[in-house]
Each structure stands twice: as C-alpha cells, then as structure tokens.
Write a protein that binds this ligand. Structure first.
Ligand code: GAL
Length: 686
C-alpha cells in the first residue's frame, strides 16, 4: 500500500490543537501571549480559529475588523503553530438577522425563528449566501498567503433544514429537474394513495411534523434535497475561498449523524474531518466500538484517505448530557491512540480555552478557568502532544481491509419512514444491525472499511450489506456483478424490498434481480418484540437455531422460500418452525449469504466467526492478544505501525511474534507484554 499524500504537504506532521477563540479575549490580550506559552508547553502545533467570529470580523454591515486575527495569525506562526481558519457561517451576527429576516430559518413547525443560537441559517437565502461570499472572500484574500494557514474549515457541523418558501421553491425546482414531468413524480411516489395526486410541481410542500408524513417517496426526496442544498451552499463557500486561496478545505462532520449524506458532501472536500466525543462512562469496550465504527466511517468517506479529528473533548463533553463523567488519564490517552489507529492524522480538541460565560463555559478545554498548566487535563494533553510528535511517520498511512460494510444514510431515512411492519422502525434496525456485525469482526481484530454504495466493491473479498431496503435496479446489477466475479456478499433481512423511490418491487423480493442471486424469495415479514407498535405485549417468541445453539429473536423474522439456496440456520417455532433463516447460495464465482432476521445479540458474532474462519481473514499482525485488546495497523510505503490497545479496565497481556520497536519509548520489545487498564503500545518493525 502506498502512503496517501499528507493532507498538508508543507506541514506533514500529526496535528495537535483545536478550536481557539482569541476573539472572546479581546479585552485581555495578555491571555493571547499566555496561550502561546501554553501551546508550546502542550506540544501543540495547530489552532482552529474564526469558527463563530462573524460579529468580531464584521461588527456592522460592510465594516471589517481583522485586528484580532491579524495578531493571532502572526503570533501562532512565530510560536511554531499553524492555523486552520474557519468561515463564520455557522452563526450570523445580530445586525444581519435583524436587517435581513430571510436569513433566519423557518422550523419544521413552520415558525420563523428569532435571532438565537447557531446552526440555524437558511441555506437557500440569496442574501445569506451573498453575505457569506463577501466575508469568505475577505478572509481568503487576507489570510490566503499567510504562512500560518494550513487550510479552511467551512462553517461548523452543517445540519438541519429550513422550511421557508424559498427553500420550498428550491425543493420544487430540484424535483422538476429530477423527474422532468409531474406524472413521473406521481408514479415514483405512488401519489394516488389517499388522494395525493399532484397536478404540478407547484403543489408540492416539504414534508414536516405539522405537514405531510404519509408519502415516503416525498420524505426521502426531501432528505436528499437537504443534503443537496447544504452541499450547494457549501460549494459557494468554497468558491469564494478559491478566489484567493487553494489551500485544502474541509467541514467538520459528525460521523453517523443521520441528517445528511456525508458521502455526497465528502466528494466536494479535499479532506474529511470529524468531531468525536466518545463517552467512556458508558463502558470502555462499548465506547471503543462506537468510536471505532465512527472512525472507520470517516476513513471511508474519502476512500481510505486519512482524516482529521477536528474536535474531541479534553475532559468532559457537556453536549446533550445531564451528568458528565470526567475521563481518566488512561482513557484520554487511549482515546487519542485509538483515533490515530483507525486513520486520523490529528488529535484536535473542542476547546483550547474555556470561555468565561455563555453555554459552553464548563465544556472540557485544554486550558481551564484556572488557567495554569499544573492541571490534570492540561497534563494529559501534554502527554498526547508528546506522543503525536513521535508519530509523524504515521501521517498518510492507510488501513488495509479485505472486508467492507456498504452503508448509506438513505437506508436509514427510508427505513425510519416505514410503518409496514408492526412496531418496527429504524430505532432498532439499520444502525444496530450494522454495529452488531461490525462488532463481530471487531472482536476478532479483523479490520473492516465502511464504504458507500458508489464505491468500488472489487477490491474487497467480502461485503457486508446491512438491510439494503431500498435498492435500485442498477445497484442490483452492481452487486450481482461483484458476486459473479468471486465476491462474497452477506446481506441482512429486508434487502431490496423497494426501489430508490420506495416503490416496492413486484414479483417477489429481494428485488432488483437479487432473488436469483440469493436463491430464495421472502414470502412474509414477521416480527418478534416485547411490545407491538401500539405498546401492546407480543408474548409470542421465536429463535434461530444455528451451529447447535439457539438465538432468541427480537425484531424482524422473514419467512423465506428457498429457490436453490442452502439453509444454514432454521427458525425453531411458530409458522416459521423448521424453515430456513440464513441461506447460502453460490452464484458465478462467488457466494451470496442472506440472513433473514434482526438480531443484535450473539448470533452475528457466531456467524461472522464462522465466515472469518471459512474465508481465512486474519488480524493485521500475528500478535497474540488477550480478549478485549484491539489490534490495528496503519501502513504505507513499506512502513507498518501497529496499535495494540487494551480496551478494558483490567490488566491484559499480548505476546509479540517478533521483535518490534516501541514508537513511544524507542526501546525494542518482544515476547509477552502486560498492558494495564486502557494501556496501549504503538509499535513498528525493527
Ligand atoms: C460540537 C461543536 C462545537 C462545540 C462542541 C461541544 O458539536 O462543533 O462548536 O459546541 O460540539 O461539544
């Protein structure tokens, strides 16, 4: 494997820094110098500035004041640091909100928002776009040639949608472009249902909590439009910067956030960056898996290219929690090593320094209100900084995986709109299924990629396709082609039930030609759950018998009619008793597996363990690890970096298969090693 080009070719180092708001400290500029002293002490080399600084930079319409940032760009550079500069569109100033009400979002309840909070502008508003263009151009012109500048951070965590008339009009225009004529749309959305037939595109309204919710084709297209419109807004932001700067651009994303399709957004970015706030208090192992799957998702957005952790919490993350647990020293360091092990080329924080007021004043920061370096969180950041300085070789290294999960938020959107199966919706479905099968590989230390439907499948020996409920004919062909050429495909329940506009396939499912490939037909969709969709008890239970063990069901259980496929597992009771629940079918040079039920318990581990053995997937190195240790490798240009992470609160051992060099201490290591609670090793070949 070749190394990827470093994200910042003129600064090919692990970045250590984070969100920095010197504009909150204009009245105490001595703090700025103190920040420089502390940045060096923490082994920091990056500051992300300007994120919510619009009112500082343009205090009145057309009046610009760059003095804070002029000073800080120079100071940071003189002190050895670099800057990722943010465009300020994530929060607009009061004068703008007051003078141009259209920039304020209309909520899903159709209320025009007052000036408040952040992340709530209208992405369609021509005035907002124009004001953002002006300020972005000014920033690019001013800092585009500054030696401190590494790249651009667009806005902040783009999210949400606006329901104003301008957005509704744009949605209608987008639909017209997509469907051409209204009859095609009517057919695609099945609008003769409940008298919903439209005579023209002008009649269509965005779906909402107080509006339409019964036409899933409409809901799905609205979500697609929101991603498209957000991307369109973002592209205008990029265009304005590009006038004066060709530095790489990114926007900080939120991993499995379901509101946007990051695979589409990612195409417009030079590099992917993410905000990760793992909650170690939920239990070290469980947290490590949630973090791992997120990080693998990040790496997948740009086809394996390393990414940047833009934000993580030094200390507590107050977002959305009533009680926050501080991280132990070991957890803070393990978190950093883990992020690097899955493909990050940085550890950056929200936030560098705690503000004195407003709603994030208690959020973890490298520099506390206390302000000095003899503080536990600061000292942990020092340790992370020291570690990162030793890992420059890892920059640009990739992760080799023979197995990939094919994932799309479109499935999540489509599934959460379904009410066809009593009591069942996405809350216990798509993500949980993905995570359960991901975990099955994870626990065996088999690295997996998470890719999109548009990616190249051919480089993987095995694809896991969690519940691909909507699937186009074209995608059906792509999957068949993959298997015919020797690929192994594992799909779960409700695959290809409907096409891309949520019209069910006729003539038997899986549709899109996949019934033939799986060698079966799904006859009915049953479900097992403690309560039904109305909260009424569902006392009937069932389980699946596989490999001499029984696995209780707690969700979908399809009734399957085999058409040549071989059953590997059977249901134990009720109308499905004795019928197949998991099937294997050779197709062309490959094999297709179909798992007809939802199970987030022990079945995925048992089944995947057999698949791993059958197809000979191996961990990234023959290091023998106790249970609970995660082993990952980053590699490139003949260099290998091994991450051995104890993701438990117990002492564990590993046995090294040869002599390695410890990247952090420089010493040579071989034989049995002990790792304390959350302890880890980062090794390279001797
Ligand atoms: C992020 C956001 C930051 C900060 C942080 C707090 O989602 O981008 O600005 O609010 O959460 O955890």
């Amino acid at each position: 494997m070749k190394k990827y080009n470093p994200t910042f070719p003129n600064f090919p180092h692990m970045l250590h820094g984070g969100d920095y708001n010197p504009d909150q400290w204009v009245k105490t500029p001595e703090i700025w110098d103190e920040d420089m002293r502390l940045m060096k002490l923490v082994h920091g080399n990056e500051m992300t500035m300007g994120i919510f600084a619009w009112s500082e930079i343009e205090p009145e319409e057309g009046v610009f004041n760059f003095s804070v940032f002029d000073t800080m760009m120079d100071k940071i550079y003189e002190n050895g640091g670099r800057v990722i500069f943010a465009t300020p569109s994530g929060a607009r100033p009061k004068w703008l909100a007051d003078k141009y009400p259209e920039v304020r979002r209309v909520t899903e309840n159709l209320q025009h928002e007052p000036f408040r909070t952040r992340h709530n502008h209208c992405a369609t508003s021509p005035i907002y776009r124009e004001k953002v263009r002006i300020i972005n151009e000014k920033l690019a012109e001013r800092y585009g040639k500054h030696p401190a500048l590494l790249g651009w951070h667009l806005s902040n965590e783009y999210n949400g949608a606006c329901y104003c008339e301008k957005c509704a009009d744009k949605f209608r225009a987008w639909l017209k472009e997509k469907y051409g004529d209204i009859e095609t749309l009517n057919t695609a959305w099945w609008t003769r249902f409940w008298s919903h037939h439209f005579n023209s595109f002008d009649e269509i309204e965005p779906p909402s909590k107080v509006g339409e919710q019964s036409v899933q084709g409409l809901s799905l297209d609205w979500k697609r439009f929101v991603t498209w419109n957000t991307t369109d807004f973002m592209k205008e932001e990029i265009k304005a910067l590009r006038k004066y700067s060709d530095h790489p651009v990114t926007t900080n994303c939120m991993g499995f956030f379901s509101g946007l399709d990051y695979h589409k957004i990612g195409k417009e970015l030079d590099f992917f960056s993410n905000d990760n706030y793992p909650n170690w208090a939920e239990g070290v192992k469980s947290c490590a898996i949630d973090l791992a799957i997120n990080l693998d998702f990040c790496r997948g957005v740009k086809q394996g290219q390393p990414f940047i952790i833009m934000e993580s919490a030094p200390g507590i993350n107050i977002g959305g929690m009533n009680f926050c647990k501080v991280k132990t020293n070991e957890q803070q360091l393990l978190e950093a090593a883990k992020m690097i092990s899955h493909g990050s080329d940085s550890i950056m924080y929200f936030q560098w320094r705690k503000g004195r007021g407003a709603c994030e004043k208690f959020h973890g920061a490298v520099v506390d209100h206390y302000g000095k370096e003899d503080n536990r969180v600061f000292q942990n950041a020092v340790k992370v900084g020291e570690m990162l300085e030793k890992l420059d070789g890892v920059v640009g290294c990739g992760v080799e995986s023979r197995v990939a999960f094919v994932y799309s938020n479109e499935q999540r959107w489509a599934l959460s709109g379904e009410n066809c199966v009593a009591g069942w919706e996405d809350k216990n479905g798509y993500y949980a299924t993905t995570r359960a099968y991901y975990r099955a590989f994870y626990d065996k230390n088999i690295p997996t990629d998470i890719i999109s439907y548009e990616d190249d499948f051919s480089k993987y020996d095995m694809l896991i396709l969690p519940t691909a409920y909507i699937l186009s004919e074209e995608m059906g062909k792509k999957l068949k082609d993959y298997v015919a050429k020797g690929g192994i495909l594992v799909a779960t329940y409700m695959t290809a039930v409907a096409n891309e506009t949520d019209l069910c396939y006729l003539g038997g499912t899986p549709g899109a030609g996949l019934s033939e490939m799986f060698g079966l037909r799904v006859d009915e969709i049953d479900s097992y759950a403690p309560v039904d969709g109305f909260g009424r008890p569902m006392p009937v239970t069932n389980s699946v018998s596989y490999g001499g063990k029984e696995y209780p069901l707690n969700g979908i259980a399809e009734c399957i009619v085999p058409k040549g496929a071989k059953a590997l597992a059977t249901y134990t009771s009720n109308i499905q008793a004795g019928t197949g629940a998991v099937y294997e079918n050779p197709y062309g040079e490959g094999v297709a597996y179909y798992i007809g039920f939802y199970q987030d318990g022990e079945f995925p581990a048992a089944f995947i363990s057999d698949m791993i053995e059958k197809y000979g997937f191996e961990p990234p190195a023959p290091i023998i690890c106790d249970e609970g240790i995660c082993l990952r490798k980053r590699e490139g240009d003949g260099e290998n970096y091994y991450f051995v992470l104890n993701e438990t609160e117990e002492t564990k051992t590993v046995t090294l298969d040869k002599t390695y060099k410890n990247m952090l201490t420089g010493e040579e290591m071989s034989g049995m090693q002990t790792l304390g609670t959350c302890g880890f090793l980062i090794l390279t070949d001797k």
